[in-house]
Design a protein around this ligand. Sequence first.
Ligand code: TXA
Ligand code: MG
Length: 315
Amino acid sequence: MSNIYDVSESNLNLAAETLKSGGLVAFPTETVYGLGANVYLSDAVAKIFAAKERPKFDPLISHIADIDFLPEYALTDERIMALGKKFWPGPLTIVMRRKDNNPAIDLACSGLENIAVRMPAHPVALELIRKSGIPIVAPSANRFKSISPTTAHHVRDSLGDKVDMILDGGQCSVGVESTIIDLTGKQAVMLRAGGTTLEALEDFLNEKVLISHGNPNLPSAPGQLLKHYAPGKPLRINATERKDGEFYIGFGKISDSDINLSPNADLEEAASRLFAYLRFADRQENYSGICMSPIPETGLGLAINDRIRRAAYKE
Ligand code: TXA
Ligand code: MG
């Protein structure tokens, strides 16, 4: 029997019970599918690392459904609350200080003094968090370093039976992970480009947001690893034409591409299709490589370029 479940009241209840009792539930968010566990049960959190084959130094994002809960859970300030009120629910993760009286979440935070929190903009995710009554920690529901999942079947392909339930909420609308902003210091720092644009954050904060490129060997975000989100076939980016044997993923007005992320050069559309198209290209048996058109470095283009540069990185 498949572990993919339709979204229904009874399946949501079952998923909430599964989480509460220490199981793993994959669920849709607006960005990508998450592999969820109860933040307070370290055994359950450890199962996430095992299922993803992810190194333990990696801290996880806590997903919440109500901003009023945030001050109970972490150390907040005016800037954090203002940002949450403006951008949540939505594809923005805020890194803030932990409260020191909460050792139960040590594993989820990898022992760091900071915690990453977001409120996803997906009715299934929000309902699941509410029904469970706990913050749900969830990385993307794929094996470490591979392509992030934007459908329930991607999760199934990547993790198989290592997850107790996969809630099928259809295709993710944003398609790239959340933007991560670190607000623990005086100056805001973007740790990962994602579904919320740098322009929107700077506009609202009325300050320059620094961009962290991190230390790729000791990343504070795994997205900072040089090789990440990678298909099996070699990927060549900024390609204006195909070479022999390449499957061509176009963007904008390209006549000879095999598929096109957005013929009208719409970056939101391109982001929402990115991971599914990379998977599709990777499955094409008659091609030995993949190439992709240049993508502009504005708006969601920052997140797209970040992902494909890492996917194209040669070790
Ligand atoms: O859109 C998303 O953010 C998706 C969905 C499922 O919500 N989740 C996601 O999780 O992308 P993951 O684990 O693949 O990436 C989370 C990133 C990691 O790069 C991790 O290092 C960073 O968040 N992170 C978590 N806690 C952190 C902390 N305390 N300080 C700095 N970075 C942190
Ligand atoms: Mg990930």
